[in-house]
Design a protein around this ligand. Structure first.
Ligand code: NAD
Length: 374
């Protein structure tokens, strides 16, 4: 669905990528998971670059099996080719490929607990198949979307967590299928880099959120916003004292492109924000503060209880590596990002309750990307 908020986001991302975007001129990119949250932002940004920035448009091939993906906004065209394919099987493509963005995965705990084996398949077999394709096509760069979950529940002395921290993961716990598949995915990447010289980089995103996430995704930001729209209390599981940082999509996407277009082959990068490590309860209060009507926050022992008991207690990235090597600086503070998400959710008709209103000092037409910053 066309969206003013997403259009503004995409323009911001394109500006922030800067001059290196021209490397993509006339090239072919293959993106996996193109129908997912991050994938759809990649497609929208590349489409914007094609129309406004690149001398010669790039060609985009998007591969998805729609296990959790949503309908594409782009129509099939000479510059956009969708392929329906399950990455647990090898992928054959006739044409040359210059870049691979391997973003397929099953990211939301709601879905990776439902699709336990599929989650392992896409992180392990899917990654191997993309590395084989990268080898065969002799690509210029590949990124693999790993996760901050490779760190598991980090020792408090390792928060903010640098890329050098080895992690604290239970290989049979409720998150193991996701966490361990990302860990072995990274191990595949390193092995292919060392054995075959594949120019692959591993990206570890930390709680990226923004417009375009599925309403039923159940990741915490869309879950809170949906509950406000449904007139429900915001459910805070397990005391709500676990802390996280939340990175708005424009900041994260800028980091992703910088890594893709760099030469730091065989390296892992945290992508997120190191500002505002907040408790889940504080996040709930931030969401509630945007609205005119009182929003209740409720401590709940819900369906997620078993899960929340093993939830990592703290998560905050050390982003020194990305900042110093690639000049990455996240700009959007939590309130501004959540406000943009909420405005988009209104645009997207998430609202079921007619009297849900944003506070008057948070008007819909404002472009907060230019206004509120750290
Ligand atoms: N969004 C975040 O905050 C975050 C954090 C850490 C890691 N990641 C990783 O980044 C990537 C993108 O995240 P997202 O939020 O867009 O996830 P998402 O779940 O919204 O999208 C992933 C897409 O991959 C597709 N997919 C899954 N299995 C597939 C398979 N076997 N074959 C083909 N397509 C398949 C899904 O249909 C979906 O469209 C994922 O790998 C995720 O694990 C994301």
């Amino acid at each position: 669905m066309p969206s003013k908020i997403i259009d503004e986001d995409v323009e911001t991302i394109s500006k922030d990528i800067g001059i290196v975007a021209h490397i993509l001129s006339g090239k072919t990119l293959l993106i996996t998971g193109g129908a997912g949250f991050l994938g759809r932002y990649f497609l929208a940004t590349l489409d914007y670059l094609n129309k406004n920035v690149l001398e010669k448009p790039c060609r985009i091939i998007s591969v998805d099996n729609f296990i959790t993906g949503q309908k594409y906004d782009l129509q099939e065209s000479p510059t956009f080719q969708p392929i329906h394919h399950n990455l647990k099987f090898p992928l054959e493509i006739d044409e040359d490929i210059d870049f691979i963005i391997h973003a397929a995965g099953i990211a939301s705990p709601k879905f990776y607990r439902t699709y336990k084996i599929e989650t392992i398949d896409v992180g392990t077999l899917g990654t191997k198949h993309m590395l084989e394709l990268a080898r065969y096509k002799n690509v210029k760069s590949m990124v693999f979307f790993s996760s901050s979950e490779v760190y598991g529940d980090p020792d408090p002395s390792k928060v903010p967590t640098p890329e050098t921290y080895c992690g604290n993961v239970d290989c049979t716990g409720p998150r193991a299928n996701y966490d361990e598949s990302k860990r072995i995915g990274e191990t595949f990447c390193i092995a292919y880099h060392e054995v075959h010289g594949i120019p692959v980089k591993m990206i570890r995103p930390f709680n990226v959120y923004g417009p375009g996430m599925r309403k039923d995704d159940m990741r915490v930001v869309p879950n809170f916003i949906l509950n406000v729209f449904h007139g429900n209390a915001l459910p805070v599981y397990g005391g709500g004292q676990n802390t996280r940082t939340f990175c708005y999509i424009t900041d994260a996407m800028t980091g992703f492109f910088k890594i893709l277009l760099s030469d730091f082959n065989g390296e892992s990068f945290n992508v997120g924000t190191d500002k505002e490590e907040v408790s889940v309860e504080t996040l709930a209060k931030t969401v509630a503060s945007l609205f005119d009507q009182p929003v209740e926050i409720k401590n709940t022992a819900g369906i997620n209880d078993a899960y929340s008991a093993i939830d990592p207690k703290r998560r905050c990235p050390d982003i020194t590596k990305l900042s110093t090597k690639l000049g990455y600086t996240p700009k959007i503070d939590l309130r501004s990002g959540v406000l943009r998400f909420t405005k988009w959710a209104i645009e997207d008709n998430w609202s079921k309750v007619s009297d849900v209103k944003l506070k008057t000092e948070t008007p819909l037409q404002e472009n907060d990307l230019n206004k509120r910053q750290f």
